[in-house]
Structure formats: structure tokens, C-alpha cells
Design a protein around this ligand. Structure first.
Ligand SMILES: NC(=O)c1ccc[n+]([C@@H]2O[C@H](COP(=O)([O-])OP(=O)(O)OC[C@H]3O[C@@H](n4cnc5c(N)ncnc54)[C@H](O)[C@@H]3O)[C@@H](O)[C@H]2O)c1
Ligand SMILES: O=C(O)C(=O)C[C@]1(C(=O)O)C=C[C@@H](O)C=C1
Length: 302
């Protein structure tokens, strides 16, 4: 049996459109209704035939749903939850896909008191955004972290977990604050570092922009992919997860200073030991199969 039969998706960018495509592929009997505030995105969604129905108003999209998925930037989730509140059926489960969770959960609870809220974060994405960028297999073999509030209905949590498993994701439950600390170091800080290094390189006066582009074959190129990620999305993530990001940034700065000192004083042993440790981290990620470079890990664009 399907965990849900009528899903409403608000926000049809990379994640929302991937969900729509994934549902059609793995749960073809489920009826999907979509809405996006941007008329151009709504037109694209119609052209791409992403959903069974597209509505011009958010309320109309959710009025018949048993699962509502908010797939908008983190900073917009509270406002969208308030907008749909009068139209969400009493027995519907409301979820989201936001990259930070504590603030999002509080905003959804404030806008939808007494409703079943089961926030989710699929730890899967790309640097691209918009409805054309999505693909059905995005969540396959990836984690989806659920952060239900204390006292959440276990049946609602299990239905949301079953929904993500059908999309191919592995589900884990976590407290929202803990999620934000973990993701600050595994996702948010790496993005901040990429935004910094690409900005620094392009600002350098003696390395012209064309040389940066010309010689960006290796490590720098990987950073440019991450630094091409959506500005609205990441502005919202850093503002929403401020405390955890600042704490991790402090730790990072201290560690960077240690490496800086080792380079200054020619401490090769320290550098070698550090790089050996980090190489082991990379190898254990690949062994666990949670990396694109892993052999036989065909989770990408079908
Ligand atoms: N991109 C990733 O790698 C990734 C991965 C996991 C989770 N997320 C999370 O998923 C969410 C969506 O990200 P995305 O990458 O799909 O972004 P996106 O920019 O591709 O799509 C977001 C869509 O939301 C729409 N939108 C914005 N405000 C709205 C509103 N008030 N009402 C209706 N529609 C609105 C936009 O028009 C846009 O089409 C974010 O919360 C993000 O943190 C992103
Ligand atoms: O692969 C990428 O491009 C991503 O940045 C995906 C990524 C990540 O940091 O892992 C980005 C943000 C999300 O909330 C989840 C996944």
C-alpha cells in the first residue's frame, strides 16, 4: 500500500521537480498537484508535465492532499506554511525538504498548530536549480534525515519514512538541533569555503579572470561547482543555521591556523600526518558507498 495517495508539492525547482519525477517513476498511482509562486516555473512544470495538476494558488494545491511537501528556500517555508494553513486538510501530513531544520520546524509549528508536521532533509542535490534541473533518481542511495518534533505521531513519521524509502532513499531520524550541527560541518561549511575560495581567486589582481578559468582543471574546478549553487538557497541556509555554522567556522579557523603554522615553520611531519588522516576519511566515505566517485554506485542521471 502507498504511504500517501495525493501529494501536493509547493516549489517546483530542483528538489520539488525531482520529487514529482521520482513519485511518477516509483509511485505511479499517486496523484501529484504542484504550485510555484513563479509563473515561469509553473509554465515550465506544465510543459515538462511534472504533475497531474498545477495550480496558480498554493491553497488550491493542498486542499485535497494527504501529504504536503514544502520545497521552497528555507527562508520562505514559514510564510508558505502560513499561506496554506487555512486549506491544509485536518488529517494531512505536512513536510518540507529544507537544508536546515530547527528554525524551519519552529516556523511550521507556529503556522500550523496542531497539525502533523514531519520535517525532512534529503541529503542529495546538485549545484543546479529550477524545474529543468531535477531528475527522478536524485534521492536513490542517498540519506533522507527526518527531524520530527517531540510527541510527533509515530504513524505519520513512519508514513513519511516509507515515502522516502520508495524514492530510494535511506532514512534516518534525528533531533533538529543535532541535524543542524552535523550538516553545518558536512554541507554548510564546505559551501562557505567554496564560495570564499572562488571569490578570492576571482578577486586577485595578478591572476586575471581568464587565467583562473584557463587553469582550473583540478581542485579549484571542484570548488567552482559547489560555488555555483543557488544564491537564494544558500543565503537562507546561512541565516537560518547561523549558530551552528559560526561554531563550526570557529573550529575550522583554528585548524586552518595550525596548518598555516606548520607551513610557516616547515613542519612536514605535521602536514603529512594531517593529510594521511584526511585521506582515510575520504576512503571510508567511498567504502560506505555515499560518494559519487564510488565504483558501481549508479545513482546519477538515468
Ligand atoms: N539544491 C540542493 O542541493 C538541495 C538539496 C537538499 C535540500 N534542498 C532544499 O530544498 C529546498 C528547495 O531548493 P531547490 O534547490 O529545489 O531550489 P530551487 O531554486 O531550484 O527551487 C525553489 C523553488 O521555490 C519557489 N518558491 C520560492 N518561494 C516560494 C513561495 N513563497 N511560494 C511558492 N514557491 C516558492 C521558487 O520559485 C523556485 O521555483 C530548499 O529549502 C533547499 O534548502 C536543496
Ligand atoms: O552535491 C551537491 O551539489 C550538494 O551540495 C548537495 C548538498 C550537500 O551539501 O551535500 C547540498 C545541500 C543540501 O541540503 C543537501 C545536499
Amino acid at each position: 500500500m502507498m504511504p500517501f495517495t495525493r501529494v501536493a508539492i509547493i516549489g517546483l525547482g530542483l528538489i520539488g521537480s525531482s520529487l514529482a519525477r521520482g513519485i511518477r517513476a516509483s509511485m505511479p498511482t499517486v496523484r501529484v498537484t504542484g504550485h510555484d509562486m513563479d509563473p515561469a516555473v509553473r509554465d515550465a512544470a506544465r510543459r515538462l508535465d511534472l504533475c497531474d495538476d498545477m495550480t496558480d494558488h498554493a491553497g488550491a494545491a493542498v486542499s485535497d492532499a494527504d501529504l504536503v511537501l514544502l520545497c521552497v528556500p528555507v527562508g520562505a517555508i514559514g510564510a508558505v506554511a502560513a499561506e496554506i494553513a487555512p486549506d491544509v486538510p485536518a488529517d494531512a501530513v505536512v513536510s518540507d525538504v529544507g537544508s536546515s531544520k530547527a528554525g524551519v520546524l519552529a516556523a511550521m509549528q507556529a503556522a500550523l498548530p496542531g497539525r502533523a508536521i514531519v520535517p525532512a532533509h534529503p541529503v542529495a542535490g546538485t549545484e543546479n536549480s529550477g524545474p529543468e534541473a531535477g531528475f527522478a533518481t536524485l534521492f536513490k542511495g542517498r540519506w533522507c534525515i527526518l527531524t520530527p518534533p517531540e510527541g510527533a505521531d509515530p504513524l505519520a513519521v513512519e508514513r513519511v519514512a516509507a515515502f522516502w524509502r520508495r524514492l530510494g532513499a535511506d532514512v534516518e531520524l534525528m533531533d533538529a538541533a543535532h541535524h543542524d550541527l552535523v550538516l553545518a560541518v558536512t554541507s554548510h561549511l564546505p559551501h562557505l569555503i567554496a564560495y570564499t575560495i572562488v571569490g578570492t581567486a576571482s578577486d586577485l589582481e595578478d591572476v586575471t579572470r581568464s587565467e583562473v578559468i584557463k587553469f582550473s582543471a583540478g581542485g579549484f574546478r571542484d570548488f567552482t561547482r559547489i560555488a555555483a549553487s543557488d544564491p537564494t538557497m544558500w543565503r537562507d541556509v546561512f541565516l537560518a543555521n547561523r549558530e551552528a555554522v559560526l561554531e563550526m567556522l570557529q573550529r575550522f579557523t583554528e585548524d586552518l591556523t595550525q596548518l598555516q603554522r606548520a607551513i610557516r615553520w616547515g613542519d612536514g611531519d605535521m602536514l603529512f600526518d594531517h593529510f594521511t588522516k584526511t585521506r582515510a576519511v575520504r576512503r571510508s566515505i567511498i567504502e560506505q558507498g555515499q560518494d559519487d566517485a564510488a565504483p558501481d554506485f549508479g545513482r546519477h542521471h538515468a
